[in-house]
Design a protein around this ligand. Structure first.
Ligand code: GDP
Length: 334
């Protein structure tokens, strides 16, 4: 029996909580929507689901196109669902923000995993800017957790800012690399190595096996030179080889992820990082909200355009001109 006093949002929240994948997909569509009235509903939904106490292990995963991300996620994902986990895969695709196309591609990826009843795969939302994608992915992660998924993989392509965005919403960050001969270490930007907890050199099979082993050793050496992260065990960050195709090294890689997670939970760094992330998102939402308000206030916009000229020509000082715009915004809000 459905309670007639329940709103659509309440009903959707209840359905998400039962782990219904169709409801989860609908909920994610709602949080991805750019429509203002949808935003209100999305916020109500997220609020209704907040504090469910359910937490997933959020794993960020990055790598250049062709390195084997889908093959890896599919193989690991199937092993994890076989072991009784519920696995959600989300994607942050920076290409869709620029071209409307997609590097990650939504077509026939991870067919085997998508057939598992305990798996949920969601392609990247097409949005106009990366900030928007970040926010929506964050919300989608929260929805997956409320739906009882205990492992959420957030995949991204190794270009630009998207890695940092994904790392900031993950508990662990895994970087997938290809075997590389000689001096190709520098191909990976230092900043990316700094955020990686685990570097996996994929395709350690067939002719590529020995190169992969050498590459992993090179990265292990490079990682040793970097500062150990506070709260992590000595041996992290770590580099190792896997073959997503042959499915070798996957359980070892998973064991390392679990080790690190357990360690961080024990030392309290896990909770600390989560709290810090939540604080950051909250501040980010407030800032975004203020910017939206500014953009949507025609008087403030007009004042800004007018005063920009005054500032450019030196008639006004930037600080006091900005104060005028904010005053206009306050006046319109009251
Ligand atoms: P993505 O673009 O990073 O998602 O890469 P894909 O998973 O689509 O893989 C790109 C290509 O690399 C495909 O042809 C895969 O079959 C191949 N590939 C992926 N993992 C491995 C692996 O472990 N060993 C080998 N030899 N090939 C792999």
């Amino acid at each position: 029996m459905t309670d007639p006093r329940l709103t659509d949002t309440d009903r959707l929240a209840q359905a998400v909580k039962t782990g219904d994948r169709r409801a989860l997909a609908r909920a994610i569509t709602l949080v991805e929507s750019a429509r203002r009235d949808h935003r209100g509903e999305a916020d109500a939904l997220l609020e209704a689901l907040a504090g469910s106490g359910k937490q997933a292990m959020r794993i960020g995963l990055s790598g250049t196109p062709g390195v084997g991300k889908s093959t890896f996620i599919e193989a690991l994902g199937c092993q994890l669902t076989d072991a009784g986990h519920k696995v959600a895969v989300l994607a942050v695709d920076p290409s869709s923000t620029r071209t409307g196309g997609s590097i990650l591609g939504d077509k026939t990826r991870m067919e085997r995993l998508s057939r598992q009843p305990n798996a949920f795969i969601r392609p990247s939302p097409s949005q106009t800017h990366l900030g928007g994608v970040a926010r929506r992915t964050r919300d989608a992660v929260a929805l997956c957790e409320a739906a009882g998924f205990d492992i959420v993989l957030i995949e991204t392509v190794g270009v630009g800012q998207s890695e940092t965005i994904v790392a900031e919403m993950s508990d662990l960050f895994v970087l997938l690399l290809a075997p590389a001969g000689g001096d190709e270490l520098q191909g990976v930007k230092r900043g990316i190595m700094e955020i990686a907890d685990l570097i996996l050199v994929n395709k350690a099979d067939g002719d590529l096996k020995s190169t992969a082993i050498r590459t992993a050793a090179d990265y292990a050496g490079a990682l040793r030179l970097m500062r150990k992260r506070e709260g992590d065990p000595e041996v992290f960050p770590k580099a190792m080889t896997v073959s997503a195709l042959d499915e070798t090294g996957l359980s070892e890689a998973w064991a390392e992820m679990q080790n690190l997670a357990e360690y961080r939970k024990k030392t309290g760094f896990w909770a600390l990082r989560r709290a810090e992330q939540a604080r950051g998102w909250f501040a980010d939402e407030v800032r975004q909200g203020l910017l939206r308000r500014l953009a949507e206030d025609p008087n403030a916009e007009a004042a800004m355009a007018r005063l920009a000229e005054d500032v450019a020509s030196g008639r006004r000082a930037p600080g006091s001109a900005a104060a005028d715009v904010l005053q206009q915004l306050d006046a319109d809000t009251d």
